[in-house]
Unconditional design. Sequence first.
Length: 221
Amino acid sequence: MGKDPDSWSPTLRRYHKALWSRELPSGQVFTLMDDVPKRYLSHDSHLGSFALSSDSVIPTYLGWKRMGPIVSRAPFWKTQKIQRECYTIGGMMIWPSTTVPGAGTINGMRGLNLKIADRFDLTLECVRRHYSGDESPLSAVIDANAEFFQLFCDFGGFVDFFLLQDLVDPDMQKVRFMTCFNGFSRTGLPDTLEAYKSYLDNARTFVNARNRRIAALEITV
């Protein structure tokens, strides 16, 4: 009770291992192992050596003090319900977990950089910009993990591999943001009650859609 499922849930780790041990755009298989000491998940082959961790990517901001004045005005029962839905596998990702000196980890910097504020849509925009050669608030840590992102060839390959199609336009050129996008000019936190409600509704829609894509794979865990 009360433990972070990203670190402590063996069921979540089995799901990640089963889901993401799959064929890369290159045709090679990204096989994940869960028996390497001090690694949550691991891949070692001629493709590279990667230590990976789980990350719940859809925050509802219930525990964020700076969001308190807005969150407190939203129906608590609804926010809690959405939070439970977002803690399903559709709201989870894996990222490289090795700390890069001067850059940190992707998981950590997503939360520490307030221009991202832990939001997955904003993180995905940073990933898109990496593939197109543009700068973003996460450029340092994403560039430090370039070998991982090279596995997927391009942004479309990354989106298809991780079943993120419902968070991008059909041509995979633009991210579908969960609130109005400000171009990283200010904080990524929803700044009004209306923006917060819109964010929650869009986050819920994405997670449920991704859960359906995952279920359609019919993978045995």
